[in-house]
Ligand binder design. Structure first.
Ligand code: G3P
Length: 222
């Protein structure tokens, strides 16, 4: 089995905010090194610099806007998060949805800064549309399973299989991640058996009593 990409989304959980974000990021770094996998983290925007300057771990923004330097008050500019230390960005997370034109603008803005883009999708048709925009990754996550602890690989394997097939057909350069309800080692291996190259997950790690041991469990079956 190839080494997966794992991205832990800290959302706006208090357990993943400020100094707590640094602590979980350090656990991700350590567990990734021991297991020989890549674990990236997606803290809140204001924590990107705090995390990237203290922990040697791939840091992703949770969102970027497709704006250029100029008059765009309140927007998130890709070059700003890149200079803060982000190597990539989630785009169009179910909790931060964009329209198709805005997704494309965000992907282009992030890629222009040399960042990896992970476009989140909610089903097979949106996966197909996202793949056509040529991001590095799409991450399919059925919204109804997010935060439930019921893994997508078990509750809706067809959405993962179907997304992998759609992406192969439309743009084989794009890689597929999946997420929602993933927390255990068996969830990760099941996701990879369905054809994804890794997972995007959140509550199973960030809200765990002991995030480090939750991460160890996640990579235990590789
Ligand atoms: O971005 C990851 C996410 O939406 C999945 O959340 O808590 O089900 O792992 P969770």
């Amino acid at each position: 089995m190839d080494s997966p990409l794992i991205v832990v989304n800290f959302k706006t959980y208090s357990q993943g905010t400020g100094e707590a974000a640094v602590k979980i990021a350090a656990a991700c770094r350590d567990v990734a090194a021991d297991a020989g996998v890549t674990i990236g983290v997606a803290p809140q925007l204001c924590d990107i610099y705090r995390v990237s300057s203290q922990v040697d771990v791939p840091v992703y923004a949770q969102h970027v806007d497709g704006v250029s330097p100029g008059s765009n008050t309140g927007h998130v500019m890709a070059s700003c998060v890149q200079q803060a230390g982000a190597v990539g960005s989630l785009i169009n997370h179910s909790e931060r949805r964009l329209n198709l034109a805005d997704i494309e603008a965000s992907v282009r803005a992030a890629q222009a800064e040399g960042m990896n883009t992970i476009v989140c999708t909610n089903n097979i048709p949106t996966t197909a549309a996202a793949a056509a925009l040529n991001p590095e990754y799409v991450a399919v996550e059925p919204p109804e399973l997010i935060g439930t602890g019921v893994p997508v690989s078990q509750a809706d394997p067809d959405v993962v299989r179907g997304s992998v097939e759609a992406v192969k057909r439309i743009n084989p350069d794009v890689q597929v991640l999946c997420g929602a309800g993933i927390s255990r080692g068996e969830d990760l291996t099941a996701a990879m058996d369905l054809g994804s190259v890794g997972v995007l997950l959140a509550s199973g790690i960030v809200k765990a009593e002991d995030p480090r041991s939750a991460l160890e469990d996640l990579v235990s079956q590789l």
